[in-house]
Design a binder for this molecule. Structure first.
Ligand code: GDD
Ligand code: MN
Length: 385
């Protein structure tokens, strides 16, 4: 088979009315630009006549259809498409003509340079825009979603469903993908480590026919997806933040338990009980939240290790504080300083022990059970060349 320059991947669910407009326009635009391309329609068993239609369209246009019968979802459909694509460059777009087919050559051209691996058809750069009757709700929704992704990428439209990537960049990172929800562009953008993503302005029109397929559930999934991406990019920082938050909650638990225990026990014992309760609380928090990936490992082994780690952390805390106190007499006039240094040293030490020893299991990206991983599923390919 001759090498192809471009694969255009179009995920569809019930888009039979839009495809007869989209495919000829895509074909015309790419032919005119002299780009050898294939159009891959990845349909999730719409049963709306998409199969017959694609059969027909394939007589005149370079279109192929893959029907997935056991898997669902926009992101995984796109990954399925990428897996079977043959082009050197992969461009993804919606089927509903929100994305202008005539801009495809522009996106393709942007990836001809060595400098860029990723291109976005962007609504938010100069010259881009959205249809006027994008209601305020959809607008706000898009803005908030974009803002939440800001620490992950600096592009202005990371929510775009119109984007392109070099196939090699995709192949190099294929084992890392596990998106949930529908922001597959953001997934690739973060995980492919693409150099200098470039944005081409586009006008985002209202869908031509039919209704949007994206439910509220998908929006919630976006939050879970974000969490995974933060974990991918900022793993240590995310763990430490959670560890510190659990520790802070433990202080409150300590205090409350102490006050409670005082009603039953003498102070020395009450203090011991409170420390033990707080330590157990923190253990639970770290096992279920901070180091979630290790939550199925043996409970008691972890618990004993955790208590030991706290003890060692306390020793480091004590040693650092007392050490500073005597080694630098000036610190005695500001006792908070040796104490604070001790707390920081002890917490840091404790964190490292927790991360590497107590909850030492290696984190994986597919920890949560419900990932939409690409195709194990049954599918059928129509009109393959
Ligand atoms: N195969 C498959 N499976 N395709 C799907 C599925 C699915 O479960 N859900 C949606 N699609 C297809 C649609 O048929 C359409 O071609 C494309 O994915 C986008 O879906 P829409 O229903 O048009 O969603 P939207 O317009 O609300 O959201 C789009 O807009 C965002 C920007 O605001 C999505 O395209 C996003 O990718 C885009 O970033
Ligand atoms: Mn749409």
């Amino acid at each position: 088979m001759p090498p192809l320059q471009l694969s255009i991947i179009v995920p569809t669910f019930r888009e039979v009315e839009n495809l007869p407009v989209l495919i000829p326009r895509l074909d015309a635009a790419t032919s005119q630009a002299g780009i050898a391309c294939e159009i891959l329609v990845i349909d999730d068993n719409s049963r709306d006549g998409t199969e017959e239609l694609c059969q027909q369209l394939s007589q005149q246009h370079p279109v192929k259809l893959l029907v997935r019968t056991e898997e669902r979802g926009l992101s995984s459909a796109v990954l399925t498409g990428m897996q079977i694509a043959r082009g050197d460059i992969l461009i993804v777009m919606d089927a509903d003509l929100s994305h202008p087919p005539e801009e495809v050559p522009e996106l393709y051209a942007a990836l001809q340079s060595d400098e860029h691996d990723f291109v976005i058809g962007s609504r938010y750069v100069k010259g881009g825009g959205t249809a006027d009757d994008w209601g305020w709700f959809r607008w706000l929704n898009s803005k908030v979603a974009t803002l939440l992704a800001w620490p992950l990428t600096s592009v202005s439209d990371p929510m775009a469903g119109f984007f392109g990537v070099k196939r090699q960049a995709y192949l190099d990172h294929v084992s890392t993908f596990d998106p949930i929800g529908y922001k597959i562009g953001l997934e690739l953008l973060v995980k492919c480590g693409c150099r200098k993503p470039v944005e081409v302005p586009i006008f985002f029109a209202d869908r031509l026919h039919g209704e949007s397929k994206l439910s509220f559930k998908e929006q919630l999934n976006y939050l879970r997806h974000l969490h995974r991406l933060y974990e991918f990019r900022y793993r240590e920082l995310l763990y430490f933040t959670k560890f510190a938050a659990v520790g802070a909650s433990g202080m409150l638990v300590d205090l409350a338990s102490f006050l409670g225990a005082l009603t039953l026990f003498p102070p020395a014992l009450a203090r011991g009980v409170a420390i033990w309760v707080a330590m157990t609380w923190n253990f639970g928090g770290n096992r279920m939240l901070t180091f979630r990936h290790a939550r199925h490992d043996d409970f008691w082994t972890q618990y004993v290790h955790y208590c030991l780690s706290c003890l060692l952390g306390a020793a480091v805390n004590w040693g650092a504080s007392v050490g500073i106190w005597y080694a630098w007499p000036g610190s005695q006039s500001m006792p908070w300083f040796p104490a604070l240094t001790g707390v920081i040293a002890g917490t840091g030490f404790n964190y490292v022990l927790c991360r590497k020893w107590v909850f030492g299991r290696k984190p994986t990206n597919t920890d949560d059970s419900q990932s939409e991983s690409p195709p194990r599923s049954r599918s059928r390919m129509l009109n393959a060349a």
